[in-house]
Design a protein around this ligand. Structure first.
Ligand SMILES: C[S@@+](CC[C@H](N)C(=O)[O-])C[C@H]1O[C@@H](n2cnc3c(N)ncnc32)[C@H](O)[C@@H]1O
Length: 244
């Protein structure tokens, strides 16, 4: 039986991570829907609810990928009434995102740019909210990412993070293991993306417990830190408000 990797062992270097997402960009949305059993839209809507979006606001989607969260956020207001700054280091993911955003008629609300989620190109205190979906697990320095996301927020601004997790209840863990060890690898093999999905499963297994992630939020300068399990704990929302 395969032994579990440590948090550091499960990480892959940023360049390799970027190349991996460049490679799966065209199939990413379809795989997302299949692997989440169609729940990913619900998870994103829940995450956006926590951000308390308002017209005129400035928001960052850190690691926006193909723009699914940016779109869910932008749809909360008429086109052009708020600004979402979608940032990702994969050019191919951004290209897919640009296509989707134009198709949705929301180009007036969302700007996309290539960049590093660990070094955002925005001034201190300039943003009303930061949202990030399924990215934290990919980052080489997760506590530093939260410090950076806190830096760009105005006092009172919210940070909401959506991340995959291993369910805590042993009963749910059984079902989760069957799904992730049989169904997901089968799908990944069919779609010739085996390496990406071995990484996906290893990185979820090795991701620290919710209490540790909440501690990172607090150490970064967030107050009112909360975590909520979704879909039997296979996904978690983390949220915090910038103090001060
Ligand atoms: C699993 S995808 C999530 C995409 C999107 N947020 C969503 O909800 O579907 C992870 C994304 O994070 C991006 N990413 C990983 N590390 C990054 C970094 N250091 N800076 C910017 N983007 C990064 C990848 O390129 C990829 O698009």
């Amino acid at each position: 039986m395969k032994s579990q990797l440590s948090e550091q062992q499960a990480l892959i270097p940023p360049d390799e991570n970027r190349r991996m997402f460049d490679g799966i960009a065209r199939r990413y949305d379809l795989l997302n829907t299949i692997i989440s059993l169609g729940r990913d839209h619900v998870w994103r809507r829940e995450a956006v609810d926590r951000l308390q979006v308002r017209a005129g606001g400035q928001y960052v989607d850190a690691g926006c990928g193909t723009g699914a969260l940016s779109l869910a956020l932008a749809r909360r207001c008429p086109a052009g009434a708020l600004t979402v700054h979608g940032l990702d280091f994969s050019a191919a993911m951004l290209q897919e995102g640009g296509r989707r955003i134009t198709q949705a008629g929301l180009a007036a609300s969302i700007t996309l740019q290539q960049g590093d989620a660990l070094a955002l190109p925005f001034a201190n205190g300039s943003m009303d909210g930061v949202i990030s979906g399924f990215v934290l697990r990919n980052l080489s320095n997760r506590p530093a990412a939260l410090v950076e996301w806190c830096r760009v927020l105005r006092p009172g601004g919210r940070c909401v993070v959506l991340e995959l997790a291993v369910p805590e209840s042993w009963l749910m863990r059984g079902g989760y293991r069957i799904f992730t060890r049989l169904v997901v690898p089968g799908l990944a093999w069919l779609l010739s993306q085996r390496q990406a999905y071995v990484y996906l499963l290893d990185s979820i297994q090795a991701f620290p417990a919710p209490a540790v992630v909440c501690q990172w939020f607090e150490q970064a300068g967030f107050t009112d830190v909360q975590t909520t399990p979704l879909t039997f704990g296979s996904v978690r929302i983390y949220q915090g408000t910038k103090g001060g």
